[in-house]
Design a protein around this ligand. Structure first.
Ligand SMILES: *Cc1c(COP(=O)(O)O)cnc(C)c1O
Length: 437
């Protein structure tokens, strides 16, 4: 049979799915089951020992999750993926899979609030320290690397200021020091940006956002780029027998699989952290995320163009003090955004209203189409006040460090008609700033 490297719009519908042998189901079936019957004793032995692929128990793997994992791996251009219960679980496992007590990671300081807490409060309790650096100068990452550093972690567009990192430079620094670059690609999705194409080694997602795309489901994904040498001497956990996994040596067993290639990282994550810590996605939620993925490119295009139109409108508005959107020529990140995101700089932007905290607070509760809530990437338009909600658990000083200002409002553009969204914002300005007299 002829084969072809299918393009994105085709992959988002078909990748990872095989014709259903039981009943010919066209949609991906939801295998809502905790466990799977073994054919016979011999096959139980082979599957349980990992000598043969197969499904045993849904904490480790499940056919519905399997399609989601193969599909995101195909879209990102990685070798394999692991679906988990949330983006927070994806970030935690991605780091814990390679860093243990005594180790360090280097991360950009403009992080999602939850990841900031994980790195500065929770992981230190397990002995893993994080050096947070200003990502605007890629050299800062290199300065923070020590012999104990196990990874560099960055977000693809900083939340909520949408700063753009010079990925190629950071990837070169990681490569030089023989450590992986982990990229949280939640805000761009593989439709706008594929981190592996620029030298990243691991990608994580909060699938809750654009991948699910309809604000219905919490989920996370970890994708293995298959392009990192875990046998380079810095990662003994990969090259020494694991007594909890029948003395398997992950790098020897999975570093060069004849079918999948280098999947040592993701299999260690599944067979170790998923097995022991268990933040498994539910099959039904995997199904909802697959439904979202089918239309990812169409939603991203519309949400990205809506965001640009909104940013242009806000920039000219007399009641607006500043706008942060890397798709605007006035943004300090414009050139970098053009290079890394030629299809557009995603659907999220931030702006400051004149009149500070009071006006921002009244603005977020006065819109009618934009929903005031803590989420992004929904097909509906969303609005939030980062200083109170998404970064509300930080101290005043930490917030300033993360670049969060009191007058700041974050918007996530949905797929509504742009005229209606601009109408909603205009009406809200009139109400909040009393321009109607
Ligand atoms: C939301 C988010 C997370 C956490 O994901 P959950 O699905 O909410 O657990 C991590 N990183 C980024 C960039 C996010 O936006």
């Amino acid at each position: 049979m002829a084969t072809r490297a299918f393009k994105f719009d085709t992959l988002q519908l078909h990748a990872g799915q095989q014709a259903d042998p039981a009943n010919g189901s066209c949609a991906v079936p939801i295998y809502q089951t905790a466990a799977f019957k073994f054919k016979d004793f011999h096959s139980a032995e082979l599957i349980a020992s990992g000598k043969e692929p197969g499904f045993e128990y849904s904490r480790i793997s499940n056919p519905t999750m399997d399609v989601l994992e193969r599909r995101i791996a195909a879209l990102e251009g990685g070798t394999a993926a692991l679906a988990v219960a949330s983006g927070a679980a994806a970030v935690s496992y991605a780091v814990m899979n390679i860093a243990q007590a005594g180790d360090e990671i280097v991360a950009a300081k403009s992080l999602y609030g939850g990841t900031y807490n994980l790195f500065t409060s929770t992981l230190p309790k397990f002995g893993v320290k994080t050096a947070l650096v200003d990502p605007d100068d890629a050299g800062n990452f290199e300065k923070a690397i020590t012999p104990d550093t196990k990874a560099i972690f960055v977000e693809v567009l900083g939340n909520p200021n949408m700063d753009v990192i010079d990925f190629e430079k950071v990837a070169r620094i990681a490569e030089k020091h023989r450590i992986p670059l982990i990229v949280d690609n939640t805000f761009a999705t593989p439709y706008l940006f594929r981190p592996f194409d620029y030298g990243a080694n691991i990608v994580v997602h909060s699938a809750t956002k654009y991948i699910g795309g309809h604000g219905t489901t919490i989920g996370g994904l970890i994708v293995d780029g298959g392009n990192f040498n875990w046998g380079n001497g810095r990662y003994p956990e990969f090259t020494t027998p694991d007594p909890s996994s029948a003395n398997q040596v992950f790098w020897d067993r999975w570093g060069n699989d004849p079918v999948l290639g280098n999947v040592a990282y993701i299999n260690k994550c599944r067979l170790h952290y998923m097995r022991d810590m268990g933040a498994a996605l539910s099959p039904f939620n995997a199904f909802l995320l697959l439904q979202g993925l089918e239309t990812l490119s169409y939603r991203m295009e519309k949400q990205t163009s809506n965001a640009l139109r909104i940013a242009e409108y806000l920039e000219k508005h007399p009641d607006v003090a500043w706008v942060s959107y890397p798709g605007l020529p006035s943004s300090p990140y414009y050139r970098q955004a053009k290079k890394y995101f030629p299809k557009g700089a995603s659907g999220i932007l931030s702006f400051g209203v004149k009149g500070g905290f009071e006006k921002a607070a009244s603005f977020v509760e006065s819109t009618s189409l934009f929903s005031f809530l803590a989420n992004v990437g929904d097909s509906r338009s969303l609005i939030v006040h980062p200083a109170t909600v998404t970064h509300g658990q930080l101290t005043e000083e930490q917030r300033r460090g993360a670049g969060i200002r009191p007058e700041q409002i974050r918007l996530s553009a949905g797929t509504e008609d742009i005229d209606d969204l601009l109408w909603d914002l205009e009406e809200t300005f009139k109400k909040v700033f009393h321009h109607n007299g």
